[in-house]
Design a protein around this ligand. Sequence first.
Ligand code: AMP
Length: 301
Amino acid sequence: MAAATPPGEAGAAPPPSRLPFEVIRDPRAMRARADDLRRDGLRLAVVPTMGFLHDGHLSLLRAARAQADVVILTIFVNPTQFGPGEDLDRYPRDEAGDLAKARACGVDLAFCPDAAAMYPPGAQTVIEVRELARPLCGAKRPGHFAGVATVVTKLFNLTQPHVAFFGQKDYQQLAIIRRLVRDLDQGIEIVGLPIVREPDGLAMSSRNAYLSADERRQARALSAGLEAAAVALAAGTRDAAALVARARAPIDAQPAARVDYVELRDAAELTPIERVDRPAVLAMAVFVGTTRLLDNRVLAP
Ligand code: AMP
C-alpha cells in the first residue's frame, strides 16, 4: 500500500522552513548562531539585500530555499556604499513588510543590524577590488564598490554561508563579488540569477518607488534600448559604438531621461571592446528625473 502523503507536502508550495523564524540584530549573535548551525552540519545560504523587497529579491530567496538547509536574509542599508548627496536618508524601508515576505518564501533567519553595530567607532578596514571596480558605476560613484565589497565580506563573515545569491541586475557588483571571493579564498559559492522585470520590461528595483507615473512610463526606455541593441546584434551589427547608439536612441527620446553611461564591455573582465566577437555586457545607468536606474543585458555573438 502506498504511504499517504503527509499533510502540507502535496503540490508545488515552497518547502517548509525547518527552523522557527528568527530576527537577529546583533552582529555577534548572528555570528554565534551561524557557527552553531554550521556545527550542526547544515548548509547555509545567504541573500544580502538593502530591503524593500520586490519579486527580484524574492527570486533569490526562493532559489536559496531550494538549495540550502538554512536561508538567511540580510537587510542592511549600508551607508558606506552611498556617496555624499546620494539617497541614503530617503532609501525606501519597510522592515515589517519585508519580514512577512521573507517568511512566506521560507526564510529561516533575517539579519537586520543597524549601522552603528556594523561600523563601531574606529572601524578602518576596507576591501577594494581594483580593475573590475573602476569602470561603469565605479567611475560614477567613487567608493561605492569598496563599500559594497567591505559590507559583503562582513556579512559573509557574520553569516558563514556555504552559498550566496545575487542578482545579475547589479552586473558589475556580481562580477566584483565573484572576484573578491576568489581572491580572498572565501570558499563561498556565488550564484547569480537573472533580472526579474515588470511586465513592460522595467527591471525591478527598490528605487522604482521614487518614480512619478510619468517617469515610470519613460523608464521603459532602458529595457527597450537593450532590446533594440540585441535585435541589431541578431541582424548582424557587431560594432560596439553602433550597438550603444541603438541602445541610447529610445532613452535619448525621453524628456525626463538622462544617460549616466551606456557602455558595451567584455562580459567577464568589463574591459572596453570595439566589436562583439565574444560575450559582452551592455550596461547602463540612466537618471529618470532624479532617480538613477540600472539595467544590463549580456550580448553574445
Ligand atoms: P538591493 O536590495 O538592491 O541591494 O539588491 C539585493 C540583491 O537583489 C542584489 O543581489 C541585487 O542584484 C538583487 N536584485 C535587485 N533587483 C533585482 C531584480 N530585478 N532581479 C533580480 N535580482 C535583483
